[in-house]
Design a protein around this ligand. Sequence first.
Ligand code: ADP
Ligand code: MG
Length: 333
Amino acid sequence: MTTDTKLSTLGEFGLIDRIAAHVAGGEGVITGIGDDAAVTVLTPGMQLLTSTDMLLEDVHFRTTWHDPLALGRKSLGVSISDVAAMGAIPRWALLSLAIPAGFPLEFLDRFTEGFLAMAGEHGVTLIGGDTCSSKNGLVISVTIMAEQFPHLILRRSGARAGDEIWVSGTLGDAALVLSLLEDGAVCDEPSLLSRLLDPSPRTRVGHALAESGLVSAMIDVSDGLLADFGHIAQQSGVGGVLYLERLPISADFRRRASRFPSFPHHLILSGGEDYELAFTAAAENHEKIESIVKNSGIQATAVGIVTSFSGVEVVMEDGSRYIPRKPGFTHSI
Ligand code: ADP
Ligand code: MG
């Protein structure tokens, strides 16, 4: 196919063929792209986990900031993060696109390349989707399917009073980058930029934690730790105390924090798009959790304690309560 091919000449089926040409068969895929429905087979004894996400142009991404390759990666990455948060093994994905008239084909090619690269890195096969035209911006919808043995699936509802609250990686980086970009500031540290534009779903550690049997509840941090641990607390019928000074931040974050009039704790607690895992585990298993996480190649930090009384409090080093600016990121609907 020549590079000056236009989307309008290619048409819907041409675009689907163009995507399908880069997809090889995958594990458990009996029939992939091309028929009325995909046919897949679960590993015997495992259950199916399904999750879907939408990304709208100028709501969740801007084509001026998000290069198409990273956007393709992130579109699938955020869905993989959802099933990683349940300790599941990602397997199959559906990709639906609503594309504005005249949208550059080159962008879609790079997007697909990124999407399929992320898929390959996490053992996911693209098995279908839908393609149509949009009257208002690019719309991306991704459905992920994953599997796991029933007794290993980690839910939000299992936290118990006295458990430690853990978080993987560092918090606030993505929100920091977003605030820099929104202010028109230069952000040229690739490690920091990628935290917003190309997050890494924590599949490996999520799976290892599930297999350990030591974790009582887990969630991925997409709306900020405060809001997302709040979901664990609410669904487990417990509360929690988070220690502000223990929240893990990156060296990049610490360096860039000086541009704010006061230390930007709100970005760490409520910034959103961290795509780290927050989980709870009995305090007696602290060392075991540390070594499981370390073997998965990342770090995790114990940042608080689950309480029997409801509500989530943030406490500072001197024991006083920190009053958050806002609970977490939510799209107004
Ligand atoms: P139908 O009209 O039966 O819905 P489509 O023409 O929409 O079928 O799709 C034909 C095939 O191409 C199906 O297997 C579908 O899953 C797949 N498909 C459509 N759009 C995409 C896409 N964006 N990415 C991957 N597969 C797609
Ligand atoms: Mg269709």
